[in-house]
Design a protein around this ligand. Structure first.
Ligand SMILES: C[S@@+](CC[C@H](N)C(=O)[O-])C[C@H]1O[C@@H](n2cnc3c(N)ncnc32)[C@H](O)[C@@H]1O
Length: 304
C-alpha cells in the first residue's frame, strides 16, 4: 500500500499544471506519486534533526491539488492541522472534495492577506512558488512571516543556478542575478512567470526577515532554503530595497533589462515569422481561389 493510496489522483489537467506529467495514464500518475514522495522526503531531510511533525499546524503555500501534502496523511490524522492554499480554485475544490479531511484547503488571492490568524503555524513550505511570484513576492514572504509562530520554520525553494541555460538561455553568473524576472505575464497554465534568484540575494533580502538556517542545492533543480522567523517588523519595500554597498544589486537590475530586451527581440522575431507564414498562405493560389467561399461565409455570418 502506498502512503497515499487511500486518496484518488486529481484529473490530469490539475496534476500536470504543477509539473508537467509525461503522459495521461498509469505511468504519468506513477510519476506524480513518486515526485510527491520525494518532495516529502526532501522536506524531512532539510528540517532539523528529530523535528517532530505530529501535532503541528502546517501550511503548504501554493499547494496545487496537494501533490506534496497528500503524503502527510498520517501526521494530519494524528493531531496535526495541515493546510493547503492556492490561487487555483479548481485545484482547491478538488482537494476539498478528495483530501479533506484529514487535510484542510482554502483558495487565496494573488496578493495577501490570507485569512489565517497571526503566529498560528509551526511550519510552512512553499515549493516552486517563489520561483514564479513577481510583484507580490515580498508581500507574500512577509505574510507567511506573519502567520508563522515565533521561531516558526519555513522551507521555500527558488530557482536560478540550475535553470539559467534552459530558462534564460545564458550561462549562470551569480554576480548578475538578484531577483530577475522573465516572462512576466505568462499565464499560470503555461507555467507562469519565471523568477531567477541567487544565493547572495536571498541572504541579503530574505535574511532581513528570517534567519537562514540551512540550504540544499539542486533539489528538483531548485535551491531549497530552510528559514527561521526572526522577531522583526519589516515592510515589503524595506525587504526589497537594494543594499547600497553591494554593486551586484545594480548589476542584476541592469542585466534584467538586457534579459527583457532579448526576450522582446525573440518575441518580435516570432511574430514576424508568423506574419510571413500568414502572408505566404494568402498569396497562394488555393487561398485566392477559396476567397469567394470566405466572403459568402462572412455574409451568412452577418445575417445571423
Ligand atoms: C509550480 S506549482 C507548484 C505546486 C506545488 N507546490 C507542488 O510542488 O506540487 C506553483 C503553484 O503555486 C500556485 N500559486 C501561484 N501564485 C500563488 C499565490 N499568490 N498564492 C498561492 N499560490 C500561488 C499556483 O497556482 C501553482 O499551483
Amino acid at each position: 500500500m502506498t502512503p497515499s493510496s487511500k486518496f484518488p489522483y486529481p484529473p490530469f489537467d490539475l496534476a500536470t499544471r504543477v509539473a508537467k506529467l509525461p503522459s495521461n495514464d498509469f505511468a504519468g500518475f506513477i510519476h506524480y506519486e513518486m515526485a510527491g514522495r520525494e518532495l516529502r522526503q526532501a522536506l524531512i531531510d532539510l528540517l532539523p534533526d528529530r523535528y517532530e511533525l505530529a501535532g503541528r499546524r502546517v501550511l503548504d503555500f501554493g499547494s496545487g491539488s496537494g501533490r506534496t501534502l497528500r503524503h502527510f496523511a498520517s501526521e494530519a490524522e494524528t493531531g496535526g492541522d495541515y493546510w493547503g492554499i492556492d490561487i487555483d480554485a479548481p485545484s482547491v475544490t478538488w482537494m476539498q472534495q478528495n483530501l479533506c479531511p484529514p487535510f484542510n484547503a482554502r483558495v487565496c488571492g494573488t496578493a495577501p492577506p490570507v485569512a489565517f490568524e497571526s503566529e498560528s503555524f509551526d511550519l510552512i513550505w512553499a515549493l516552486s512558488v517563489f520561483t514564479h511570484l513577481t510583484e507580490h513576492s515580498a508581500e507574500w514572504l512577509l505574510e507567511l512571516h506573519r502567520v508563522l509562530k515565533p521561531d516558526g520554520l519555513m522551507i521555500a525553494s527558488y530557482m536560478g543556478r540550475w535553470n539559467s541555460e534552459t530558462l534564460a538561455h545564458e550561462p549562470w553568473d551569480e554576480t548578475r542575478i538578484g531577483m530577475n524576472v522573465l516572462q512576466h505575464d505568462r499565464p499560470w497554465d503555461r507555467g507562469g512567470p519565471v523568477v531567477l534568484m541567487s544565493d547572495w540575494w536571498i541572504e541579503e533580502h530574505w535574511g532581513r526577515a528570517f534567519d537562514l538556517v540551512d540550504r540544499r542545492p539542486r533539489v528538483f533543480n531548485q535551491t531549497w532554503q530552510l528559514l527561521r522567523k526572526r522577531d522583526v517588523s519589516i515592510t515589503p519595500d524595506e525587504l526589497m530595497a537594494p543594499a547600497s554597498c553591494d554593486e551586484r544589486e545594480m548589476r542584476a537590475l541592469r542585466h534584467n533589462l538586457i534579459q527583457l530586451q532579448r526576450e522582446a527581440t525573440r518575441l518580435r522575431d516570432e511574430v514576424e515569422a508568423w506574419q510571413e507564414n500568414v502572408a505566404e498562405v494568402q498569396r497562394s493560389l488555393s487561398w485566392r481561389m477559396t476567397a469567394p467561399l470566405r466572403r459568402a461565409r462572412g455574409v451568412i455570418g452577418r445575417s445571423d
